[in-house]
Structures are given as C-alpha cells and as structure tokens.
Design a protein around this ligand. Structure first.
Ligand code: SF4
Length: 170
C-alpha cells in the first residue's frame, strides 16, 4: 500500500456539523479505521455550494435517470445551483488525485443510491445524489462507497485495497 491514501469523504461523517439540522453524522469507528492509513479530504456539497446551516431538508424528485434536487417543503429546485458548483469542484478534485471517496448514504447530494420521489409523494426508484452522481460520472475509475456499505472490517479492508490498487497504477 502507498504511504498514505488520499480519500474524499462527506464532511458530516468526519464530525463537521454541516447537516441540514446543524448536526454531524460522525462515524467514529470509520475515522479510527482510516487514521494513519488515509489523508481525508472532507467535502460538504450543500454547504460548499452556498446553502446555510441549518437549512430546509431536500430530496430527489422527478425521473430516476435525471432527478432534480428540491426543498421538500417549498419544492424550490436547486439542481442548477448544485450542478454548476459540482462541475467546478470536480475540476478542483481532478488535481488532487483522490484514490477513493466515501459518501454519506441516503443523502440527496452525497448518497450513492437515494430514493427518488414523484410529485404525488411516492418513491419511484433510486439514483445517486446530485454530487455523487456527477463525481462517479467524471471519475469512472474512482473507488467509491457509502459509509453504510463499509460497516465491518472486511468491507473496509477491500475498499482500501481497491483504492491502493488505483494509487499504485497511477
Ligand atoms: S451528506 Fe453530504 S451534503 Fe449532506 S451534510 Fe453530509 S457532506 Fe453535507
């Protein structure tokens, strides 16, 4: 394994209080496991693109192939804001040579498989959150996982080994 992997991570998992409710989703076990193995690059797409803490809760809505991210209560559509911020961020990340990314599960911005709702309030399928989807499209060889999938030592070990393979081939 190279000396240290460089891994992007949803900032709320590292303990940053950036969630819509002003709290974090600190995953202490995950952080302890990554300590000494990886340099983490925390990113919160919702805050970094200019939304406040706290802020109204959002969801994916529309079609599973091209969902929109909207504020649940008001239906305000933030897709264009997110897409344009994400394009700039992905350009920045290209220069960092990340070896992998750990996304917060079920977030409409960061999740890898997130429910998509129709206008009548029914779930019609799932899709990646807006930032996660654009990240995965842009870095098609990137090793990605959501934190729920990394529960258990074996899965995390496999994830890190895959990241290490990418780093070695670079
Ligand atoms: S899931 Fe992503 S967008 Fe939501 S608070 Fe965490 S880092 Fe920010």
């Amino acid at each position: 394994m190279p000396s240290k992997l460089k891994i992007g991570i949803s900032a709320c998992l590292t303990g940053e209080k950036v969630r819509y409710d002003g709290e974090s989703k600190l995953d202490r076990q995950l952080l302890d496991s990554l300590s000494g193995v990886a340099e983490l690059v925390p990113i919160c797409p919702e805050v970094d693109c200019g939304l406040t803490i706290p802020r109204p809760k959002m969801e994916l809505r529309g079609e599973t192939e091209s969902p929109r991210i909207v504020v649940i209560e008001t239906s305000r559509d933030l897709t264009d804001k997110f897409t344009s911020w994400s394009a700039g961020k992905i350009n920045e990340l290209e220069k960092l040579d990340l070896d992998g990314f750990i996304f917060k599960s079920r977030s409409p911005s960061c999740g890898i498989s997130v429910p998509v709702w129709d206008e009548s309030g029914s779930v019609i399928g799932s899709a990646p959150g807006i930032f996660a989807g654009l990240f995965i499209k842009s870095f098609d060889d990137a090793i990605t996982a959501d934190e729920e999938k990394l529960n258990g030592g074996d899965r995390l070990r496999q994830f890190l080994e895959s990241c290490s393979d990418i780093a070695t081939c670079r």
